[in-house]
Design a protein around this ligand. Structure first.
Ligand code: HEM
Length: 476
């Protein structure tokens, strides 16, 4: 009885404390949350657009409740700076869903690791040993080889008698080149034959990727309202599915790692520059567990593949809509490269307009418009509002880059704006943040820019792009 009394008293004190906290805390404004579900059912499907609309009503920093979890979203460059520079370290943890926790084995990788000694170590390995300028240069032949192969396969397909004059889905070719590029850079493997047939290991790799996306996206209401997890029969969590998935992913990765170990032994210890080789040779020096090596490899694959495909696809869509810009970029390519050779990455410095096209596209269409979720490891102030410890913080980089207060005619696709003013896109200018900024800025930013610029430059140098609708009429 005394124990029950003590428990009830403590519970009552806890409730009073929470209520006191709530009443004295000056949270950012936002749509009124419903009991239990918060704003979950108010959020429209394209989240970053919905948050930008709410920012028009409530101001540039808003509170949105995902069930009982407070999400703070900032939508202008000044506040982005407060999140990613002034409070960088306090907001450098990650918010992990239960799926992300299982898939990353509790943050043993880089993407889902909280800020701390493990994070600092794997981040150092990634930036110094995998993605440094020197390493990227060493891997350049792979990228150029793959982009050239993409152009050849498009040319083959669009000139084949049965497809001549018909429109084609460029997305399929972009996805294929990103796939080949990333698997070669990360795993040192090309799973696709020159005829475009994916081998057995490649099919397994693709199946694992697809299953990971499915598991990663399977959020239930209980994700946001933790006490619902008690009702296991209503909100089951498929622990077994994650274990099976991780085991399958580890099995394939270890086979590939073993192939590399054997190849290295045969070659007398000489190491190639692929990420897998680099990580295997550094494993002891940096004390990296197998889980961390596997986690890092898959992080690079997941973070590097779709982002580049999406960026090129958006750029092509803008160029079809803006033939003036397309023509100007093509004139630059013809002037600098001519018609007797193909573009290489060493041509980039002589192609300023092409680089501005890429920047303008990343401004209007950042492939990760809300970046990845950061979490407050202590209470901070953003603007004049309180952000309690544990809150999830997002920067709406899509909205920041369309803010009319800092961009002239923000909705216009006009690469010339970057010729007039050189704006950094890799985290130093808070008006343009496609790669984030601060401690958690994308470590693959330069690789991403190189891949996108190379794919785009090759396509524009070899083809004139029009939309399917226009080409069906046979005029082009
Ligand atoms: C156009 C291409 C790309 C874009 C726009 C992009 C964008 C981003 C963004 C916005 C973040 C989150 C930053 C944050 O949470 O503050 C991120 C993180 C990350 N990106 Fe990229 N990325 C691209 C390509 C790549 C490539 C090619 C790789 C590597 C192969 C890569 C690896 C990573 C990793 C490992 C992280 C997690 C970093 C961390 O948590 O510390 N990304 N990226």
């Amino acid at each position: 009885m005394a124990l029950l009394f003590l428990f009830l008293t403590l519970f009552f004190i806890f409730l009073c404390y929470k209520l006191y906290q709530k009443l004295t805390c000056n949270l950012p404004p936002g749509p009124r949350p419903w009991p239990i579900v918060g704003n979950l059912y108010d959020i429209k499907p394209v989240r970053f657009r919905c948050f930008a609309e709410w920012a028009q009503i409530y101001g540039p920093v808003i509170s949105v409740w995902f069930g009982s979890k407070l999400n703070v979203i900032v939508c202008n460059s000044e506040l982005a700076k407060e999140v990613l520079k002034e409070n960088d370290q306090q907001l450098a943890d990650r918010d992990r869903s239960r799926s992300a926790t299982r898939l990353s084995r509790g943050g043993k990788d880089l993407i889902w690791a909280n800020y701390g000694p493990h994070y600092v170590k794997v981040r150092k390995v990634s930036t110094l040993e995998l993605l440094s300028a020197k390493k990227l240069e060493a891997l350049r032949p792979i990228r150029e080889d793959e982009v050239t192969a993409m152009v050849e396969s498009i040319f083959r397909d669009c000139t084949s008698p049965d497809k001549k004059g018909k429109s084609m889905q460029v997305r399929d070719y972009l996805a294929a080149v990103s796939f080949n590029n990333i698997t070669r850079l990360v795993l040192g493997k090309r799973f696709t034959s020159p005829e475009g047939v994916v081998d057995e290991q490649g099919l397994e790799f693709k199946a694992i990727l697809a299953n990971g996306v499915k598991l990663g996206g399977s959020l239930t209401l209980a994700e946001h309202i933790p006490w619902l997890r008690w009702f296991k029969w209503m909100f089951p969590f498929e622990e077994e599915a994650y274990e099976k998935h991780n085991a399958r992913r580890d099995r394939l990765t270890k086979i590939i790692m073993e192939e590399h170990i054997q190849a290295r032994q045969k070659a007398g210890g000489a190491s190639k520059h692929h990420f897998v080789d680099a990580l295997l040779s550094l494993q002891d020096q940096y004390e990296l567990s197998d889980d961390t090596v596997i986690g890092l490899l898959w992080d690079m694959i997941i973070a590097g593949m779709d982002t580049t495909t999406i960026s090129v696809e958006w750029t092509l869509a803008e160029l079809v809509k803006n033939p003036r810009v397309q023509l100007k970029a093509q004139e630059e390519l013809d002037r600098v490269i001519g018609v007797n050779r193909v573009m290489t990455e060493s041509d980039f410095p002589s192609l300023p307009y092409l680089q501005c096209v890429v920047k303008e596209s990343l401004r209007l269409h950042p492939p990760t418009p809300l970046m990845l979720p950061h979490r407050a490891n202590t209470a901070v102030k953003i603007g004049r509002y309180d952000v309690p410890k544990g809150s999830i913080v997002h920067v709406n980089v899509w909205a920041v880059a369309r803010d009319p207060a800092v961009w002239k005619n923000p909705l216009e696709f006009r690469p010339e704006r970057f010729m007039e003013e050189d704006v950094d896109a890799k985290g130093h200018d808070f008006r343009l943040l496609p790669f984030g900024a601060g401690r958690r800025v994308c470590p693959g930013a330069q690789l991403g820019i190189n891949l996108v610029t190379s794919m785009l430059g090759h396509l524009l140098h070899q083809f004139f792009l029009v939309s399917g609708e226009r080409s069906e009429g046979g005029r082009y």
